[in-house]
Design a protein around this ligand. Structure first.
Ligand code: IYR
Length: 224
């Protein structure tokens, strides 16, 4: 068994309490400005910007530090067009019969449908894959722990990083999503978790008139 090795942690920055509070308020305001959008501008975004956001996502905590994620960032027009075709095919079935009425009713306020033109318009589609198991040097399978949780955290950090950089995003989860691993040539241990669409918003973008839950609705404090 490999031994634990520890090194000093020198990266922590301690801020005075008032500065901490200011940062927390400021960050919350910035996060409250994030919206999921469904109309993107075709304006390009540099690969370097996406790379930095992927590195930020890859800093997520993970079960046994196994980092069980892979990201495939696509800007190639023909690959994006294929993904759109396959996603729309899946969604057509979803919206015209496969989805239960209750699910469609829950989606109605968002105005979603099977048309996904943004999968071609947006400059980047980032497919996120979960590695259900690891593969050792001789091809042996290694068990991965808390894969869904780890990849979920990394997705949240990716969306946050893209928003922080000034881009808009859409988390798209075509169902079924098997075609993504196939089209992007992923190994058999990987399953698609979501597509993060990233780019500038279209000029005429409109978003659903929705509200976020209040603190009282999402949190309880058990104070000493
Ligand atoms: N995957 C479909 C349906 C959909 C489901 C949920 I839950 C959403 O929050 C949004 C959409 C689609 O992308 O249209």
């Amino acid at each position: 068994m490999p031994e634990a090795k520890f090194v000093p942690w020198i990266d922590h920055i301690e801020y005075p309490p008032d500065e901490m509070l200011r940062r927390a308020h400021e960050f919350n305001s910035e996060m409250q400005r994030r919206r999921t959008i469904r109309a993107f501008s075709p304006r390009g975004v540099s690969r370097e910007l996406i790379e930095q956001c992927l590195l930020a996502a890859g800093s997520a905590p993970s079960g046994a530090h196994q980092q069980p994620w892979s990201f495939v960032a696509v800007s190639d027009s023909s690959v994006k067009a294929d993904i759109r075709t396959r996603a729309e095919q899946a969604e057509r079935e979803f919206y015209s019969g496969v989805a239960p009425r209750e699910w469609l009713d829950a989606l109605a306020p968002l105005g979603t449908d099977e048309h996904k033109p943004y999968l071609e318009t947006a400059p980047w589609l980032i497919a996120v894959f979960a590695q259900l198991w690891g593969v050792g040097p001789s091809g042996e399978h290694r068990k991965h722990y808390y894969v869904q949780e780890s990849v979920g955290i990394a997705c949240g950090m990716l969306i946050t990083a893209l928003h922080h950089a000034g881009l808009a995003t859409l988390t798209h989860t075509p169902s079924p999503m098997g075609f993504l691993a196939e089209r992007l040539g992923r190994p058999e241990n990987e399953r698609a978790v979501m597509l993060v669409v990233a780019g500038y918003p279209a000029q005429e973008v409109r978003v659903p008139d929705i509200r976020r839950k209040s603190l009282g609705e999402i949190a309880r404090f058990v104070e000493g």
